[in-house]
Design a protein around this ligand. Structure first.
Ligand code: MIG
Length: 704
């Protein structure tokens, strides 16, 4: 073991770890010995590293980014393993991404990041309620450890280690409409027209896999979409952008140039015989690009670039865990099991169970991942299993590379990711379902994802699998309006869930929730820029915001930036909810529309607050200011007056950051800064917005 220290963070290097792109600090000068302080026990045996930590009752464990379970990860077992998992049920232990970092509360707080891109086991108080036990089934890994005074500091250290957030263009903060699939040019136009007709703001429409010619990545089916450039241009005139999905599997087809290039230049992952690895996904039999190779990434990026030159404004990376529907290997397993049926008299129960299991896990069969290899730039051949969790990150690096030389920020988001990918892309949480349980799951995930640096994240609003109910669509849209990435998306075969599908009452409630999002846009965007700039989360658990671990109990409430606490209604038939207010006094807004709301001053403590189906709740702590503006049809057309809201007892200020929505730099000095002051002698606006129409709507009871 080799120990190096960088200010607060210690690196423990075991063996010869695979170099991942997760960490940005590369100076581990000091060789000062790491003192274990009896906080962590590390046991190294043959090909296994095991870490153990004791947990006291009051300690909580945050982190792990995109994972199931509660906000506080205690009491469960998790697996670091990127997997195409379409059923986000409570018994699952892994989803599409791997973010192997933990933030443990206490004095001091402990932070822990295991830079190891393959399967690991996180037993967080499951086997023994008072112990964390992490098992790395390898002799090689980099382990980073730090101590901090608070969870806030601890997350801050991690973001110092892995870098600060990707910033999408401003339009990506608007509302996105998607579905699998809007099948052609006419249907896309019709959807956009409907938004216009119903007065619902819209920034983006997504096209799913059916825009391609036979699912061949980087092609466009000219019969369905004869002129994407024209379509994109026409939409842009209405302030709407077009985003396309891309999948990593390249169809095996000698008449397809991307396939031929891939073969000629050896861009594909290989099997045990050194031939391109064969697996089936949507196009049928395909090969997978080897994104560990910089040459392959450059090749891929040139195709991404061409796609965007044809009119797409952003890229949606799917299936990059990578997903495998079946392989020769997993088919063989079924064939072998079927052969047993021939001897009916000799059949044993296990023969039948084996057949069932072979069919059940034909998709993403674990053993497949051990039979694929990838070579590195250094010419080393690596078993895919050992670097599995980096696949989506590699594809996203290649995507991001396409835009490296652009002056503008570009919109990229991915399904699979590994720690560190938050520097180059956003993320969505994949195939959830239209279930009430998935609202709370979404809230837990966006909080932990933000602590892990993935500021731009969100879940499919309305739910992907299953049929949405009208009430669920409303409540989910109200929640989505208070998450960074706000996209309605649903699976083929499920009922339509655009805002107007369920009659006037639902349409109106959904429309007003989306408009409230646009009213909040300057605030949300500004808080995002500030958070990315400082290297801190945008979405913050109460336990983080107030540095009180016990507040992790209230996992269905969270902060967006400093002035706004979300507490969405997430239960069926509910016409209100319980909310816990940690600070002395709060201003609550019960909003029917962005400009039609009741205000109420609430003291600290527990409250049951009413919220009809068409009402959203916003909470502003005392002495903090929130800004609203008149919503436009898209983020391009938001330019009305500002309304400043707050409950103020002492001098208070809000700094608002703005830019052109595209510029690369998010340094404060490159942004347009406005300062809104509220003080006894009056109200003041300084800086960029000083000549703008600003209306102060301030309550000042009991000003000191
Ligand atoms: O096997 O492209 O998560 O958003 O609509 C399903 C079709 C493949 C999974 C993605 C989903 C997308 C769907 N894809």
């Amino acid at each position: 073991m080799n120990t190096h220290r960088n200010e607060k963070i210690f690196r423990l290097r075991f063996g010869t770890p695979f170099r991942t792109p997760a960490v940005v600090i590369d100076q581990w000068n000091s060789t000062e010995a790491f003192t274990q302080n009896n906080i962590i026990e590390i046991e190294e045996t043959d090909n296994q590293i095991r870490l153990e930590l004791a947990l006291r009752n009051e300690q909580i464990v945050l982190g792990l980014g995109e994972q199931l379970g509660a906000l506080n990860k205690r009491g469960r077992r998790y697996r670091a393993w990127c997997v195409d998992e379409p059923h986000h049920n409570p018994d699952k232990d892994a989803l599409y991404s791997s973010h192997p970092v933990l933030f443990i509360s206490g004095e001091p707080c402990i932070g822990l990041f295991i830079d190891y891109p393959s399967e690991m086991d996180f037993d967080i108080g499951f086997t023994q309620h008072d112990r964390i036990r992490i098992t790395i089934p390898s002799g090689s890994a980099d382990i980073y450890l730090w101590q901090a005074d608070s969870l806030r500091e601890s997350s801050r250290e991690y973001l110092r280690l892995t870098g600060s957030s990707y910033v999408p263009p401003r339009w990506a903060f608007g509302y996105h409409q998607s579905r699998w699939s809007y099948p052609n040019d006419a249907s896309v136009r019709a959807i956009v027209d409907k938004f216009e007709e119903h007065g619902i703001p819209l920034d983006t429409i997504h096209v799913d896999i059916d825009y391609m010619d036979g699912y061949r990545v980087f092609t466009i089916d000219e019969k369905r979409f004869p002129n994407v450039k024209k379509l994109a241009g026409d939409l842009l005139e209405k302030g709407v952008r077009l985003v396309s999905i891309i999948d990593p599997g390249v169809k095996i087809d000698p008449d397809y140039s991307v396939y031929r290039e891939g073969i000629a230049d050896k861009h594909f992952c290989t099997d045990d015989d050194g031939h391109p690895y064969r697996l089936a996904v949507w196009p049928g039999w395909t090969h997978l690009p080897n994104f560990l190779s910089s040459k392959t990434r450059t090749w891929w990026s040139s195709h991404v670039k061409r796609l965007t030159e044809r009119g797409f404004a952003g890229v949606w990376n799917d299936m990059n865990e990578p997903a495998m529907f079946f392989t020769d290997h997993s088919l063989k397993r079924i064939e072998d099991a079927v052969v047993k049926l021939e001897d009916k008299d000799g059949l044993q129960p296990w023969d039948i169970f084996n057949l069932r299991w072979a069919c059940e896990d034909i998709q993403n069969y674990r053993e497949n991942f051990k039979t694929m290899s990838q070579h590195t730039d250094a010419g080393e051949l690596v078993n895919h299993w050992d670097v599995h969790n980096l696949y989506g990150y590699g594809m996203t690096m290649a995507t991001s590379q396409a835009f490296e030389d652009d002056k503008q920020r570009r919109f990229i988001f991915s399904r699979s990711s590994y720690s560190g990918m938050h520097r180059i892309s956003g993320l969505w949480t994949g195939d959830n379902s239209s279930r009430w349980e998935h609202l709370i799951l979404q809230m837990r995930m966006i909080q932990n994802l933000n602590l892990c640096g993935f500021l731009f994240c969100g879940a499919d609003v309305g739910g992907f699998n299953d049929h949405v109910s009208p009430e669920l669509l409303v409540r989910w849209t109200q929640l989505g309006a208070l998450t960074p990435f706000f996209r309605n998306h649903s699976a083929a075969g499920t009922r339509d869930q655009e805002p107007w599908q369920f009659g006037e009452t639902i349409l109106s409630a959904v429309r007003e929730a989306i408009r409230i999002r646009y009213a909040l846009m300057p605030y949300i965007y500004s808080e995002f820029l500030k958070a990315a700039n400082k290297g801190i989360p945008l979405i913050r658990p109460l336990a983080y915001q107030y540095e009180q671990p016990a507040l992790s109990e209230f996992e269905d409430q969270y902060f967006i930036g400093d002035s706004l606490m979300a507490a969405p209604v997430h239960q069926p038939n509910a016409r209100g909810r319980y909310v816990y207010l940690p600070e002395e006094r709060w201003l609550m807004l019960r909003m029917k529309r962005w400009d039609d709301y009741q205000t109420e001053i609430l003291p600290a403590g527990h409250h049951y607050v009413k919220a009809d189906l068409n009402e959203m709740l916003l909470f502003i702590p005392e002495n903090r200011l929130l800004i609203l503006t008149e919503p436009g049809n898209s983020t391009d057309s938001v330019s009305g007056r500002y309304v400043v809201l707050g409950l103020v007892a002492e001098e208070t200020e809000l700094e608002l950051w703005e830019d052109d929505g595209f510029q690369r730099s998010i340094r404060r000095e490159d942004c347009n800064i406005s300062r809104f002051h509220v003080e006894p002698s009056g109200r003041r606006v300084e800086g960029h917005s000083k000549n703008r129409e600003v209306c102060f709507n301030i309550l000042e009871p009991g000003r000191k």
